[in-house]
Design a protein around this ligand. Structure first.
Ligand code: DGY
Length: 322
């Protein structure tokens, strides 16, 4: 729709790559909330009368938000692969389209998974602490890490990101890739990965990489009980969603050496308070949810999220529809 009756699109942050915003501005009236991290109140206040919402952060889209948006809302487009912040059945029930931006961030997130796996295995964070505390001794048995070579790598959730992690880790001469999930996948067969039960994955893996979405089945999947079933030498990497791992239990498992180390891009809560016990652990490598945070990936996510809005408003199939 152009001219005086142009569609209205609400973008929830002014800190979005311009690639997608320019596309939207060519066609529609675009309202941009003047904050990098908008509050829910700002979103709810701005929303009524808009035809589309472009979610640049993880604002919760629920009944309350949809009621406030009112009958003009036609599409919710989230600039994210994850969609646990949106009540998908409630959105769709109202005839509103909903889209996300998977695939374009797969490589970037998989790279971070590899980085965390290597950093946790080779005690990168702890090594830096040793230097800072003037404890660099370089004796033969000092600061020994764990080899990827010859190891068993377990992937929890062999979706796009899980598969991309396997592809990237292959050159490290992994002995065996195993994965758990709902069912054996042709993609797993193609990668030479073996489908196993979650219990077997816990017992057999030297490295466990979590790349599963957050839902009722995966919340707290890793807790005291599961850590107890893992190898004492195991390394846990989470690039999925924070609440898949119970934070208090992870802290306890790392402190007591129930497992060897962890590498986390995501955690609960986010943002993690600066005085959180996780940050005091030498065997936890932690970065602040940066999986998709590269210039090119965020540009592609912005374009894809905008294209989802445009397609929905033009009555075409979304690029990625949920
Ligand atoms: C996603 O897209 O879901 C990533 O976690 C970044 O938000």
């Amino acid at each position: 729709m152009s001219g005086p009756n142009k569609y209205r699109v609400l973008v929830t942050s002014n800190d979005v790559s311009p690639s997608g915003i320019e596309l939207l501005k060519e066609k529609y009236d675009v309202t941009i909330i003047p904050a990098a991290i908008s509050t829910r109140e700002q979103v709810l206040q701005a929303l009524p009368g808009h035809d589309a919402i472009f979610l640049a952060g993880h604002h919760v889209v629920n009944k309350e938000l949809l009621d406030i948006a009112g009958p003009t809302l036609k599409v919710v487009s989230s600039m994210s692969a994850g969609y646990d912040h949106m009540d998908i059945p409630e959105i769709k029930k109202r005839g509103i389209k909903v889209g996300n931006t998977p695939n374009v961030l797969t490589a970037a997130v998989a790279e971070v998974a590899v980085m965390l796996t290597l950093s946790a295995a080779r005690r990168a964070h702890e090594g830096r602490i040793q230097i800072a505390e003037n404890k660099w001794i370089s004796t033969p048995q000092w600061m020994l890490g764990r080899d990827l070579r010859g190891s068993t790598v377990g992937i929890v959730g062999l979706g796009n990101i899980g598969q991309a992690v396997v592809k990237r880790l292959k050159p490290f001469e992994i002995n065996r890739f195993i994965y758990s999930g709902h069912s054996r996948k042709p993609a797993g067969d193609a990668l030479g990965a073996t489908f196993v039960s979650f219990t077997d994955l816990l017992k057999e893996s030297d490295f466990i990489i979590v790349a599963t979405p957050l839902n009722g089945e995966t919340v707290n999947l890793f807790s005291k009980d599961t850590f107890a079933q893992m190898k004492k030498t195991a390394i846990l990497v989470n690039v999925g969603r924070g609440p898949v791992v119970n934070t208090d239990d992870l802290v306890e498992a790392l402190q007591s050496n129930t497992i060897f180390a962890a590498g986390l891009d995501v955690m609960y809560p986010e943002p993690l308070p600066s005085n959180h016990p996780l940050l005091s652990l030498p065997n936890a490598v932690i970065i602040p949810h940066l999986g998709s945070a590269t210039v090119q990936t965020r540009c592609d996510m912005s374009t894809t999220a905008a294209q989802n809005v445009i397609n929905a408003l033009e009555g075409k199939p979304l690029v990625y529809e949920l």
